[in-house]
Design a binder for this molecule. Structure first.
Ligand code: ARG
Length: 599
């Protein structure tokens, strides 16, 4: 059992006769701030004392008397107003570490209660510019998938791509009126993107008359003049597509592979893979049934010609069918819930989507519960906006997929400079070949982008800043990757066969405080992962990894490793170093970030 749950279960027993709701009190057992008094501290005696009308110190003493943890801790001490200080036994720590060293799971047991999760993330609208928000969703969603899977849950990842929206009306209209056949034959993705941008511009101009670019460009102005009805025209193309018009459907089918290839490039680069990519189009045929079901069960009713769901406490209804008969985003999402429940019977569905859609999800979940889906955890894992240096929502220069890719390129380009500088400044001269450097730069660049995102509290906005994300010091991927490579270099320098070392059964000792502190940090890995998954916050994992790296630095400064006083001590410290490296690598892997053996 991982550390914290182990302590908690002992307290659960001790509290059994005092309260029948121990959980909130168990959450008040934490890592100690000041390790002079112990490793963990339980702080509930004050609040529980108030509830039970007992003096906190006496209550704490009573709990301590009932605690059965002699195998795990030194006798607990009551301090101050009623804190219970716990110091883990060295023998127990050593036993756990020894087990972790020989465990491919690094001491993290799979959950005792595996659940089935559907994770809905990334979900760009194809054929439309993918924006930074989609990267955020992709990176966070991927980290959740990896971590929950590692913890032993069943995870189904599903990319709910927007492949059925009005953008297709625009492209189809563009295809029918403005296609350049040669361009389409040679570079279809680019030509479709051009058509989308062109039609979009013309529609905006004709409808809103405020796209200056059209006025500045006589050719565009002429096209606008020739297509005064373009707004209605594109809507008609979308409507025809949705109504099953053969020509439009065939065009849509022709375009889709190109659109998908366009986003696939980004996923390959980010090393993100989905089990399913059931886009909005997949649900099209189910929409009339959804609306009918809602009406029949009295959950939806007609209002001003539209079909709406009115929910308690909501000032605006959720519209599921417009006056003209068209279905909406919400209708598709309801069909999607039904499909997922029937197909996979999940315990939870997580939607990793921008916080601006929170009203949509509140209404969606409210309606789903009325439909009887009240056992499943429906969770909007929302996230804040990525900001530019000016504090406004970040935009790539071109504002499209190309722009998004150039963002990745820029990160790698800057990483390459850092990698070269650091390699050049090695005491014995550079070690990496140009190919190795390029490889390392890709790992560092992608890692920096992802980690910058994941290390933020996901609900806050954050500023996109290459320099900060690639900093060699501080809570960055670059720092963690260098920390990993530094440990690996100890092994290279000492010419040590790790496999042999692990299998040697060498004893671990933790007599020096820095060794002991590192030991506890190493054993907290599983707790950090579980904690991060209670409310789906990958930043708890990065924070843990950063703490671990700091503990390792302190250990390395205070303890000789290769030059340890005795061979036994050397082996023990090498084992601690090896476990550190493996946990850093695993932790980063769960965030979708790679490491390099040599940097
Ligand atoms: N395609 C949507 C957008 O780009 C996100 C979809 C999120 N998932 C969902 N099931 N609604 O805004």
């Amino acid at each position: 059992m991982t550390l914290l749950p182990n302590l908690q279960s002992r307290f659960r027993q001790a509290l059994a006769t005092l309260t029948d709701q121990p959980e909130p009190w168990l959450e008040m057992i934490r890592c100690a701030q000041d390790t002079r008094f112990g490793d963990y501290q339980a702080n509930f005696a004050m609040a529980l004392g108030r509830q039970l009308n007992k003096k906190p110190r006496e209550l704490a003493a009573e709990v301590v008397a009932r605690l059965d943890m002699a195998d795990l801790c030194q006798p607990p001490e009551v301090a101050g107003p009623g804190f219970i200080n716990l110091r883990l036994k060295d023998e127990w720590l050593v036993e756990q570490l020894t087990a972790a060293v020989n465990d491919p799971r690094l001491g993290v047991e799979p959950t005792a209660r595996p659940r089935t999760y559907v994770i809905d993330y990334s979900a760009p609208n194809v054929a439309k510019p993918m924006h930074v928000g989609h990267i955020r969703s992709t990176v966070i969603g991927d980290a959740l998938c990896r971590t929950l899977r590692f913890l032993g849950h069943q995870v189904i990842s599903d990319n709910h791509i927007g492949d059925w929206g009005t953008q297709f009306g625009m492209i189809i209209y563009g295809y029918k009126h403005f296609l350049e056949p040669d361009a389409y034959r040679n570079r279809p993705v680019e030509e479709l993107a051009r058509l989308y941008r062109l039609v979009r511009q013309l529609v905006d101009y004709v409808e809103n008359e405020k796209v200056a670019a059209v006025d500045a460009d006589p050719l565009l102005a002429q096209l606008a003049a020739e297509h005064p009805q373009i707004g209605r025209g594109t809507q008609a193309e979308t409507a025809k597509l949705h109504a099953g018009d053969a020509e439009n459907h065939q065009l849509w089918q022709e375009f889709m592979p190109y659109c998908l290839e366009d986003i696939q490039r980004i996923y390959r680069r980010l090393d993100v893979h989905f089990d399913h990519a059931l886009g909005e189009s997949h649900y099209h045929d189910m929409l009339p049934g959804v609306v009918e079901d809602l009406r029949r069960r009295g959950i939806a009713r007609e209002s001003q010609g539209a079909v709406c769901v009115f929910l308690e406490g909501q000032s605006v209804p959720m519209i599921v069918q417009k006056q003209d008969g068209a279905y909406l985003y919400a209708t598709t999402d309801l069909a999607t819930i039904r499909y997922r429940m029937e197909q996979w019977q999940p315990d939870a569905i997580l939607y990793v989507v921008d916080h601006r859609q929170s009203l949509h999800f509140q209404q969606l979940f409210g309606t789903a519960r009325l439909l009887g889906y009240d056992q499943v955890e429906l969770q909007h894992v929302s996230f804040g906006t990525v900001l530019g240096k000016d504090g406004r929502p970040f935009k790539t220069r071109a504002g499209d997929t190309v722009g998004l890719e150039s963002l990745l390129d820029e990160a790698v380009f800057r990483a390459a400079r850092i990698v070269a500088e650091s390699d050049d400044s090695k005491p014995n001269g550079a070690e990496l070949s140009p190919d190795q450097r390029a490889c390392v730069a890709e790992t560092v660049g992608m890692g920096a982008l992802k980690y910058a995102d994941l290390s933020q509290n996901r609900t806050s906005d954050y500023e996109f800043d290459y320099e900060k994300m690639l900093a060699m010091n501080g809570n960055t991927a670059t720092y963690m990757q260098y920390a990993y490579a530094r440990v690996r270099s100890i092994f290279a320098k000492g010419n040590i066969d790790v496999e042999q070392l692990r299998a040697s059964g060498a004893a671990i000792t933790i007599d020096v405080p820095a060794e002991r502190a590192l030991a506890i940090e190493l054993l907290r890995f599983g707790d950090a992962l579980s904690l991060a998954m209670t409310d789906y916050r990958p930043n708890q994992i990065t924070a843990y990894l950063f703490d671990l790296a700091k503990s390792f630095s302190a250990f390395f400064e205070n303890c000789h490793v290769l030059k340890a006083e005795t061979p036994e001590l050397r082996a023990s410290r090498l084992l601690l170093s090896d476990l550190t490296a493996r946990i850093i690598r695993k932790g980063l892997e769960l965030l979708g970030i790679g490491v390099e053996e040599k940097m």
